[in-house]
Design a protein around this ligand. Structure first.
Ligand code: SF4
Length: 376
């Protein structure tokens, strides 16, 4: 049996090398060849002993994902659609800015959480990605971009786990991939520059804080349970009070002294002054001893997709909402939309992902719950 070495963090690769009868330190050289130089051909790893290379050729390989398409936007954003086999595809997006290069990485083919405003959630869940498939997105993007741009230094400085899927519902595969991103012999990214975004898988937020405390973004989207139950169905299991407590606990481990709350702006649904006030109140009572929780709000213009039945908040409504939060002392930014000319919402390119859980069908059979337009 042969193994894709992209599956391993350095610790895993050391164990693999030992299983081949090699010294652990060989793994470090091999890891650097793979991740720092982007090499997949063992014969070109010239400073590895010939006998070791021979064993590697027998027992291992290094393989990325098959590219279905790559689209470059006029603003330089690149969106790849990668096949992960059996009709499943995932999206990876590179967003260049003057001071950073950010890669948005997927963790699952589809997603079981089923957020109301999310194109991926609408398609249902197919399967978890392996560690190799998560890491391969960075491995491919980094080395393709270096080739395209004629660079030898690092192109991608930031990774956000905000692509398709709920990363904390694929925890076992996520952790080795995160460790590879952070490892100085891998991509050497700072913990502050690797962000996991979660819809609120409370127990796994605690585990992430213990195992690999990178920056955390929480998809909030509603300031009260009645509305969040509809927009982010996971809220029924982990309601706001538990989510806010877990966010507070995470601050003990977070590489920055704040949590980012993401808030997708939906016209007439969650963008009214009453919602802003409820959000201010929620954050104010969620910190230590009833003090404010240290956080940053990121307002996201909704990316409409045909079946959503939802409308993007107007620029004025977003500005008013942002100002109300800012006046209350909350650090608030509005996310710039990028790559608008290559498609719209995340998950649209991979729209024919196979829904083996039949989530889409189950949802169609469910009673339609009307969105609550005003806070209760
Ligand atoms: S927003 Fe994230 S957690 Fe929610 S359905 Fe989409 S991919 Fe899943």
């Amino acid at each position: 049996m042969t193994t894709n070495l992209l599956d391993f963090d350095l610790h895993g690769l050391q164990a693999f090398c030992e299983s081949l009868g090699e010294k652990r330190f060989r793994a470090q050289q091999l890891f650097r060849w793979i991740h720092q130089k982007g090499e997949s051909d063992f014969d070109r790893m010239t400073d590895l002993a010939v006998g070791f290379r021979h064993k590697l050729k027998q027992h291992a390989f290094v393989r990325g994902l098959e590219t279905i398409s790559a689209h470059t936007s006029s603003d330089g954003t690149i969106k790849w659609l990668f096949s992960v086999g059996h009709g499943d595809a995932v999206e990876t997006v590179y967003i260049p800015e003057s001071d950073r290069g950010t890669l948005c990485v997927s963790s699952q083919a589809g997603c079981a959480v089923g957020c109301r405003f999310c194109s991926t959630g609408h398609q249902g869940f197919s399967r978890n990605l392996t560690s190799a498939e998560i890491t391969a997105q960075l491995w491919m993007a980094e080395h393709l971009l270096r080739q395209q741009l004629g660079r030898t230094d690092r192109v991608i400085s930031n990774v956000v786990m905000m692509g398709m899927g709920e990363p904390l519902q694929n925890y076992a595969a996520l952790i080795p991939a995160l460790k590879t991103m952070l490892d100085d012999h891998g991509y050497g990214l700072s913990r502050r520059r690797v962000t996991v975004s979660t819809s609120g898988v409370v127990p796994m937020m605690d585990r992430l804080g213990q195992d690999c405390p990178v920056a955390l973004a929480v998809s909030l989207h509603a300031p009260m349970d009645a509305l969040r139950d509809v927009l982010v169905p996971l809220n029924v299991k982990y309601p706001l009070v538990e989510l806010m407590q877990a966010s507070l606990r995470y601050l003990d481990h977070a590489p920055r002294d704040f949590i980012t709350f993401e808030y997708c702006m939906l016209s007439g649904v969650n963008d009214q002054p009453e919602h802003a006030q409820l959000l201010i109140d929620l954050i104010a009572r969620s910190g230590p001893g009833g003090q404010g929780l240290s956080c940053k709000l990121n307002l996201i213009p909704f990316n409409p997709f045909p079946a959503s039945g939802l409308v993007r908040s107007s620029a004025d409504a977003v500005q008013r909402f942002a100002q109300q939060l800012q006046k209350a002392g909350l650090v608030t930014t509005v996310r710039k939309t990028r790559g608008d000319d290559i498609d719209a919402a995340c998950g649209q390119l991979a729209g024919d992902v196979v829904d083996r859980t039949k989530l889409a069908q189950r949802k169609a059979n469910q009673r339609v719950i009307p969105l609550q337009l005003t806070p209760s």
